[in-house]
Ligand binder design. Structure first.
Ligand code: GCU
Length: 724
């Protein structure tokens, strides 16, 4: 008998050990994003929070209030290690009260009318205040979704160990439509996606609602993202058929409590492809009627459908120009179809034509600027941050500031198509900030891009910011763990673009990893430097579009003789024995003329052009002296080598962090940094050797020789790169 008990205990312990081992194998895979809610380590902070939070009171019932309750049930007991739960009544102390004046009698009694009046439908206040003479924390908003955003803000305070003794926070979004753009196809491949397949399991929808959909919605709500375009801009008309609309409805229903609206990409030729019409001409009454009926049908499935995102007459997509009509004709026809139900159309300005003898980067401006003022009120024109295509560095798009009568919406790319894809750590907040803070001078100094898109400069009624998603079905969502920081910073900046890259990195690191300063500070430096480091080993001094053919992975400055000149590298860098760079001054393509005069003068003059845009705007001889006193050739080499060296420094910093990170995530980042280090050297050596074949100059003394020959790099032909 004794033996048996002993045996059983032994078996039980083994089983327990096995369970614990499997938990630790699978637990730290990054799935929990920045919403980890682990027990607060700092004992003083923990004690303080425990004394201030003993229960929460939420009056009323709605799907969004249920979401708030669930989040608190998950977060508070885990963070505080105490069984904090919901109560119907206020207790002596430690109350957290959440709601709106409509659903909460407690909140209604508070003098919040003035404060809430300026908070709009999504803003909130978080206050330490007496209720019935008892001190408590109140999260109040005008809507349940506002209260949800406030709840996430409050949880962030706890997660990042902030002082909550005397709170007086109010926050409202600066941008109305904060939208992810998924480039997901119906077969679950993701265009330019590097994190596995699409999250949307169309095959199992509408019946099976994966927990992932809810966790996706939670994550978005936690950073204020309020819209999602489910499908690729290179659109498939099938999406608009009833079979798929049923599935879209299921997703929309799942997302609704989180304040996340669904939008769809619309294929312009859908009336022909699925409607049986002979034309998709936007001025044809039958076509108009088809889109109106289709939109009405969509609204029967999804009463709060957000509207359409359209890529038209771009890279082979059909559009109004197929019928001799303008982009405004196309956009307006669709806008009319959704207007009555409050829908919007996000019409992309990413257009250029191979047939046009004009500098590619000028074409969107040439096309859209004359249309200013001709779009319907519910149209936003969606413009990429720069005039080319999400390069490591581009000057801001000249359309910003140039269309005072048409709301322009920002499009950033979270997925790192040209930024090292999912093998490289590149924190993009500095890139987004650089664009948002750029001065267009549209109405004199201080007319930043941010003020264009938040509507304050030209009084736009509609405002928006889109981020091309980097999310897939990889367990860690974004392929590279640090890719999560780009999803995070996009949401934070769409809510409030005045936040600094440092603040956002700080909060993300604390929530995703740990609050411990010896980890947060050096790793924050890695993040903040990562974008510049990448620019240096890929495309410094204003170089652009020199990546590998088609999949865009790795270097390809030698790419030429392809069916489209504007998809080659030589079109952009124009290297010869004389020099390198694209002359976009009045002597060249004159793209600078698309900017306002002070910007033109700055960029157009070799002496004042910021060095980071040198070869974007100017063609420069190899022995031109740059600011450092070096020749252009030497400077280019130093930057390529400096960038590659920068990755080594990132590795060193990370490798010293093992004590602060669980082994699984530590190893993940470590391994990816070593891939990045290899790729940085690949970029460096391939580009330096290639450009050297024109400069005919030696690599400066002291810099290591490239490891292989130029021919070797030119022959590399990686197959099956993800993301096509
Ligand atoms: C880039 C990208 C394409 C994408 C396009 C777009 O060119 O490589 O895959 O379709 O941008 O933004 O429409």
């Amino acid at each position: 008998m004794r033996n048996n008990i002993g045996k059983n205990i032994c078996l039980f312990s083994l089983l327990l050990l096995f369970c614990l081992a499997s938990v630790s194998v699978f637990a730290e895979d990054g799935y929990r994003l920045w919403q980890r809610y682990d027990l607060i380590k700092d004992t003083k902070t923990l004690k303080n929070y425990r004394s201030q939070l003993s229960q929460y009171v939420i009056q009323g019932n709605s799907p969004t209030l249920t979401v708030i309750r669930k989040e608190l049930q998950l977060a508070l007991p885990n963070l505080l290690g105490n069984p904090i739960s919901e109560a119907k009544q206020l207790s002596g102390k430690g109350n957290l009260v959440i709601g709106t004046p409509q659903n909460s009698a407690l909140i209604k009694e508070l003098p919040l009318t003035d404060k809430l009046a300026s908070m709009g439908p999504e803003g909130y206040v978080i206050l330490t205040t007496p209720v019935n003479r008892k001190k408590m924390v109140v999260i109040a908003a005008n809507t349940d979704v506002g209260a949800l955003y406030g709840t996430f803000h409050f949880l962030k305070l706890l997660q990042t160990n902030q002082n909550i003794d005397q709170l007086g926070i109010s926050s409202a979004p600066k941008i109305k439509h904060r939208v992810l753009n998924h480039w997901d196809n119906l077969d679950r491949t993701v265009e330019r996606g590097y994190a596995g397949f699409s999250l949307w399991n169309w095959h199992k929808l509408p019946d099976y609602i994966d927990q992932r959909y809810l966790d996706y919605a939670r994550a978005n709500a936690s950073i204020g993202i309020n819209g999602t375009v489910l499908t690729n801009v290179n659109a498939n008309a099938l999406l608009l058929t009833p079979v798929y609309l049923e599935k879209v409805k299921a997703l929309a229903d799942a997302f609704r409590p989180y304040g996340l609206k669904v939008y769809l990409t619309a294929r312009f030729s859908a009336p022909i492809e699925i409607g049986g019409l002979k034309t998709a001409d936007p001025l044809d009454p039958q076509v108009k009627d088809w889109w109106k009926k289709k939109s009405d049908e969509i609204y029967t499935y999804i009463p709060d459908f957000g509207g359409f995102l359209v890529k038209a007459n771009s890279e082979g997509q059909p559009g109004p120009q197929n019928y001799g009509r303008s982009h405004a004709d196309g956009a307006n026809m669709m806008a009319d179809a959704v207007a009555a139900k409050g829908g919007i159309v996000m019409w992309r300005a990413f257009v250029y034509s191979n047939e046009m003898p004009e500098d590619r980067i000028k074409q969107a401006y040439n096309e859209f600027k004359p249309l200013d003022g001709t779009f319907r009120k519910n149209v936003l024109v969606q413009v990429k941050n720069g005039p080319l295509d999400f390069q490591p560095r581009e000057p801001f798009h000249p359309l910003f500031g140039a269309m005072p009568k048409t709301p322009l919406m920002m499009e950033f790319q979270l997925t790192q198509e040209y930024l090292g894809q999912a093998t490289q750590l590149v924190y993009q907040a500095p890139l987004y900030k650089e664009t948002l803070d750029a001065d267009t001078y549209a109405q004199g100094e201080g007319s930043t891009v941010a003020k264009v898109i938040d509507g304050s400069l030209h009084s736009y009624e509609l405002t928006g910011m889109a981020g091309v998603s980097n999310i897939g079905n990889d367990r860690n969502w974004t392929g590279h763990l640090f890719g999560q920081s780009n999803w995070y910073c996009f949401g934070r900046l769409a809510w409030d673009y005045t936040l600094t890259s440092t603040t956002i990195a700080d909060e993300w690191l604390r929530m995703t990893f740990t609050n411990e300063a010896p980890f947060v500070n050096p790793v924050k430096d890695i993040m903040l430097d990562s974008r510049e480091t990448m620019v240096n080993y890929m495309t410094s001094l204003g170089l652009h579009h020199i990546m590998g053919w088609s999949h865009h992975y790795g270097p390809g400055p030698w790419i030429k003789d392809k069916p489209r000149a504007d998809w080659t590298a030589v079109y952009y860098h124009r290297a010869s024995t004389e020099g390198i760079g694209f002359d976009r001054t009045a002597k060249g393509s004159n793209a600078i003329a698309q900017y306002f005069p002070p910007v033109q003068q700055k960029f157009g003059n070799l002496a004042t052009c910021p060095e980071e845009f040198l070869l974007w705007f100017h063609r420069v001889p190899w022995d031109y002296k740059v600011k450092s006193g070096q020749t252009l050739w030497d400077e280019l080499c130093y930057r390529y080598y400096g960038g590659a060296e920068g990755v080594k420094q990132m590795q060193q910093t990370w490798n010293a962090q093992a004590a602060y990170v669980d082994p699984e995530r530590f190893q993940h980042v470590k391994t990816h940094l070593s891939i990045q280090e290899k790729e940085a050297r690949w970029w460096r050596d391939a580009c330096v050797l290639y450009f050297q074949s024109f400069s005919k100059k030696p690599i400066p003394a002291g810099l290591a020789k490239p490891e292989q020959t130029l021919e070797y790099y030119m022959k590399l032909d990686p197959k099956f790169v993800p993301g096509i």
